[in-house]
Design a protein around this ligand. Structure first.
Ligand SMILES: [Zn+2]
Length: 331
């Protein structure tokens, strides 16, 4: 059963329908409802239970692949992921971020198995809106800085082990590729063309960032993302856009050299990632929303506690305000 977003139904379903019967594979296409929620996974699982399935295919963006892994786990089947966007590092992972129907992060589910196969057609990715690729840059750019932090504090990674040298090195390679090739990859998507720079960025976003965050670990950037999802006006912004502001917050909170903060600020601005709170739907007129985000970012079990020092909501608020101020100066 293929759980497919709109793009996959349009771009990939004709290929599946033409090719798979020839090799003896029957495919049932089920449209993805749009939110990776517990109820959507349940709905798709019930569909799957009524069929004699051998595998689940998830075709779409990060939420589609997260939902497909949830369904495959519930049905104890292998999962194949075919991303149609390079918007997150979800495809290669063995977890799902579960959202409420209203779009807030509820929990993370961890699975015993990774996808059997992750297959990306970069010609499909090249046709996706540029914003999706840019979001992927934000999600994947944070990977190195979060893995660096998790390693410095010997925090446990997403699979419960210490960060590996391999995971940390892959996260760094991911960052190097994004800094070097990100702008050229954005230009490729704008012209709908598949270029070597786009191929490298797709590999960085989908593969290296996935291996980097899962084996390396997360920190404040994703915790702030999770906090931002508490603000209803942020729901129209994609995952990587909110992570990008989280990354700026993390660098300020950690007291990283201003040269590094400036480099990331300028890069994010150049490729079209948010550098201010207003750009992810947060109202800074009062402190109320900033406090809501910060308090959510430090709940027990959040990745903000992977920093090598205690992290309070007040410290996150101060870092968010400073990052926002620095970002506004660039506008
Ligand atoms: Zn992410």
């Amino acid at each position: 059963m293929a759980i497919a977003c709109g793009t996959a139904q349009r771009e990939l379903a004709p290929i599946w329908n033409a090719v798979l019967p020839e090799v003896g594979i029957e495919i049932v296409i089920e449209p993805f409802g749009g939110e990776c929620s517990a109820s959507e996974i349940k709905r798709l699982t019930s569909k799957g239970e009524s069929l004699r399935l051998q595998a689940i295919l998830g075709a779409g963006g990060g939420k589609t692949s997260d939902a497909a892994r949830g369904v495959a786990d519930a049905l104890n089947l292998p999962v194949v992921i075919t991303p149609t966007l390079a918007s997150t590092d979800s495809p290669c992972s063995a977890l799902s971020v579960i959202y409420s129907q209203a779009g807030e992060v509820e929990t993370i589910r961890f699975y015993n198995r990774h996808p059997l196969l992750v297959l990306v057609d970069t010609q499909v990715v090249a046709k996706a809106p540029k914003r999706q690729l840019v979001g992927g840059l934000g999600d994947a750019l944070a990977t190195w800085f979060e893995a660096r932090t998790a390693r410095s504090s010997s925090s446990l990674n997403r699979v419960g082990g210490l960060p590996t040298t391999t995971g940390t090195a892959l996260a760094k390679l991911c960052c190097e590729i994004l800094l070097a090739d990100g702008p050229a990859a954005c230009a490729a998507v704008e012209s709908g063309a598949t270029t070597p720079a786009l191929e490298r960025v797709v590999e960085a976003n989908n593969l290296l960032s996935g291996l980097g965050f899962e084996s390396g670990g997360l920190a404040v950037a994703h915790a702030v993302h999770n906090g931002i999802t508490e603000i209803p006006e942020s729901h129209k912004y994609i995952h990587g856009e909110k992570v990008a502001f989280g990354l700026l917050t993390q660098l300020v909170l950690e007291g990283q050299p201003q040269s590094e903060i400036d480099e990331i600020l300028k890069y994010q601005r150049a490729v079209g990632l948010p550098v201010t709170l207003a750009e992810v739907g947060v109202n800074i007129e009062t402190e109320e929303q900033i406090r809501t985000i910060a308090e959510r970012a430090v709940i027990p079990g959040e990745s903000s506690h992977n920093e090598p020092f205690p992290v309070s909501a007040e410290a996150i608020m101060a870092a968010m305000k400073s990052a926002d101020f620095q970002g506004r100066k660039l506008l």
